[in-house]
Design a binder for this molecule. Structure first.
Ligand SMILES: Cc1cc2nc3c(=O)[nH]c(=O)nc-3n(C[C@H](O)[C@H](O)[C@H](O)COP(=O)(O)OP(=O)(O)OC[C@H]3O[C@@H](n4cnc5c(N)ncnc54)[C@H](O)[C@@H]3O)c2cc1C
Length: 175
């Protein structure tokens, strides 16, 4: 049996012409053989951070400079109806909990639009978001690796670009 992490591949169209043989196999395992048991189910997060299912993700990296500046990431996510993602640098710094982390040791995501704000584009981050349909990167360093995987790139300071984007999207929504 083979399994992959959610969103690693795009879901193909269902092919109803394909058939298979269902073989019922009786389990020989007795309940006393099972050494693990479910003690509790703790839901730490609701739809507001369901990154795997999100169609729009706005992620922030260390380039956001301090946790308070994540209000801009949340602002853009809010106006677009998206959810907030983060790089590992942000999670390691304690700015955001781990369930926001995108990448090799975080979530693998495949939204329609992925904003990478102040994220360098390290290979471990890209591993988690490269199957996004459209990637928009904002970084003040024109040579940042994230621009290699971006469809649209904005070279600039997140502190200037993000407020301008939020303002424009608000205007567009009001029309
Ligand atoms: C085994 C392993 C697993 C890992 N797993 C993950 C993972 O799952 N996810 C992950 O993200 N990383 C992961 N990493 C870490 C990864 O290698 C990088 O260290 C991390 O992604 C860097 O995060 P960052 O891009 O936010 O920070 P940085 O690399 O510090 O980049 C910050 C970027 O912000 C830009 N910037 C700074 N100020 C501004 C500004 N004012 N405006 C605009 N841009 C600005 C800079 O130019 C820079 O490009 C892993 C590493 C290892 C070794």
């Amino acid at each position: 049996m083979g399994t992959v992490r959610p969103k690693v591949f795009k879901r193909p169209e269902q092919d109803f012409s394909r058939t298979g043989e269902i073989v019922q196999v009786a389990s020989k395992i007795k309940s006393q053989d099972i050494r693990t048991k479910l003690v509790d189910l703790v839901k730490v997060c609701t739809t507001s951070c369901n990154l795997e299912e999100a169609e729009i993700i706005v992620s922030g990296g260390r380039g956001m400079c301090k946790p308070e500046n994540f209000a801009l990431i949340e602002g853009l996510a809010d106006v677009l109806g998206g959810v907030v993602g983060a790089s590992r640098a942000v999670v390691d710094a304690g700015w955001k909990p781990h369930f926001h982390q995108v990448g090799q040791t975080g979530k693998t995501v495949g939204p329609k639009v992925y904003f990478a704000c102040g994220i360098s584009g390290a290979i471990q981050h890209v591993a988690g978001m490269s199957s996004s349909d459209v990637v928009i990167a904002i970084n003040k360093d024109a040579d940042a690796p994230i621009f290699k995987v971006a469809d649209y790139g904005i070279v600039g300071d997140v502190m200037e670009v993000l407020p301008a984007l939020i303002e424009e999207f608000k205007k567009a929504k009001a029309c």
